[in-house]
Write a protein that binds this ligand. Structure first.
Ligand SMILES: *[C@@H]1O[C@H](CO)[C@@H](O)[C@H](O)[C@H]1NC(C)=O
Ligand SMILES: *[C@@H]1O[C@H](CO)[C@@H](O)[C@H](O)[C@H]1NC(C)=O
Ligand SMILES: *[C@@H]1O[C@H](CO)[C@@H](O)[C@H](O)[C@H]1NC(C)=O
Ligand SMILES: *[C@@H]1O[C@H](CO)[C@@H](O)[C@H](O)[C@H]1NC(C)=O
Length: 365
């Protein structure tokens, strides 16, 4: 018994030494997108009505609401933990802390610019006061141009992007019918993403990860849409999502050709999540259809935390935490697939490999 204990002790101290010498080459993460990625920006935006800054959001991990639209951590949090850096603050929090004098500089572990409810089309949910991707990029651009974030830090950092779910969901809202057909609408979205990629590269980004949308047609909130089925996913919506995802993957493949020195990966979140839905038991899910927290059909008619909501006793056995968003368990599984998974879920290389590419390969000299 004593010997076993000693061996364990030696092993664990060895592994902590190994951790020290084999740290990844990524000091920081910059995140852009919607509620899948928002770590609390909307909470610090007084003008914004898309919020998750009330209980029981955050209850499974942080034990308090943080503005994240789930019961715990989101993908950028897990990737930060895998790399071994602190979780990023929302941009609006970091800015407030500098304005009110409690911090001198922007954090050196990256910043989260994502805003729940936003999209790649600037008009998407404009009336809710959300920050579209173009404005998120502007916020980042100002920091780089004013030297408030170190340019050599930017070159080594990981850039995460996920946006478009709200653009496509809103396409199916009964009021304000869309002016473009589905094909042209998706094309308009991809034009905005291409412009985002060009600008982020110009500002120094070299490690770029773009994630596909999940099966948006399967979210419990589809019960809010008059035309959607509730006994299965909304195929029309998923077809549009898949067209966007295919276009996004083409953009990712073009990045190293158009932008020398950049390495880009495509995270196939759609396929990762569909696998959970196909074999739920293997991934620890007892329910891949309903929201754990909410009310009405599929738990999708009311936001979690609003007056009269109901919550399941085991949120992490549910694929969906609320009407639109995955549970922390789902995010954890997605993050693992993106970090160290095979080509099925992330290609041409996974995030772990991307994080360990040395600076010289990326032409940073
Ligand atoms: C990074 O790659 C080097 C070889 O290129 C390897 O020795 C090292 O263990 C890797 N680090 C991590 C954290 O995987
Ligand atoms: C909120 O709106 C006011 C008035 O339009 C504006 O001055 C302020 O910058 C906005 N705040 C944020 C965080 O966008
Ligand atoms: C500054 O703002 C941060 C974020 O809201 C808050 O936590 C902190 O208490 C504020 N500090 C001061 C000195 O007002
Ligand atoms: C920027 O970061 C690099 C290390 O990544 C450091 O050597 C350099 O001094 C930093 N520059 C400034 C202005 O802080």
């Amino acid at each position: 018994m004593k010997r076993v204990f000693l061996i364990l002790l030696i092993c664990s101290s060895l592994s902590s030494i190994v951790n020290l010498v084999s740290a990844y080459n990524v000091p920081a993460i910059f995140t852009f997108g919607d509620s899948i990625f928002d770590a609390g920006n909307n909470h610090f935006n007084n003008n914004c009505t898309a919020q998750a800054d009330f209980p029981p959001y955050g209850s499974s991990f942080f034990h308090r609401p943080t503005g994240r639209f789930t019961n715990g951590r989101i993908v950028a949090d897990f990737i930060s933990q895998f790399i071994g850096i602190d979780l990023q603050k929302p941009y609006l929090q970091a800015r407030l802390e500098i304005l009110n004098g409690s911090q001198r500089d922007y954090p050196s572990n990256g910043i989260n610019f994502a805003s729940a409810g936003s999209g790649v089309i600037p008009e998407t949910n404009h009336d809710l006061g959300v920050t579209p991707i173009q404005e998120q990029l502007q916020q980042f651009q100002v920091l780089v141009e004013q030297n408030q974030i170190n340019k050599s830090l930017v070159q080594k950092s990981l850039f995460l992007f996920e946006s478009g779910s709200n653009d496509i969901f809103n396409y199916f809202l009964p009021f304000d019918p869309p002016k473009l057909n589905p094909k042209d609408y998706v094309q308009a979205m991809l034009t905005e993403v291409a412009s985002y990629i060009d600008q982020i590269y110009k500002l120094g980004a070299r490690r770029i990860a773009l994630f596909s949308l999940g099966p948006v047609g399967c979210v419990p909130a589809r019960a809010l849409l008059p035309g959607a089925p509730v006994d299965r996913c909304y195929e029309k919506m998923n077809v549009m999502v898949q067209n966007y995802n295919n276009g996004l993957e083409s953009l990712v493949k073009d990045i190293p050709i158009k932008h020398p020195g950049a390495v880009a990966v495509f995270g196939a979140v759609y396929d990762i999540v569909q696998r959970f839905r196909t074999i739920p038991i293997r991934y620890g899910f007892s329910d891949v259809t309903n929201a754990c927290c909410g009310d009405g059909t599929l738990g999708g008619l009311m936001q979690c935390g609003k007056e009269g909501y109901k919550m399941c006793p085991n949120p992490n056995a549910f694929l969906f935490w609320d009407y639109f968003h995955p549970s922390e368990h789902t995010y954890k599984l997605i993050s693992k697939a993106l970090w160290a998974g095979k080509n099925f879920g992330i290609r041409p290389i996974n995030l772990k490999t991307l994080a360990n590419i040395t600076s010289s390969i990326m032409g940073e000299g």
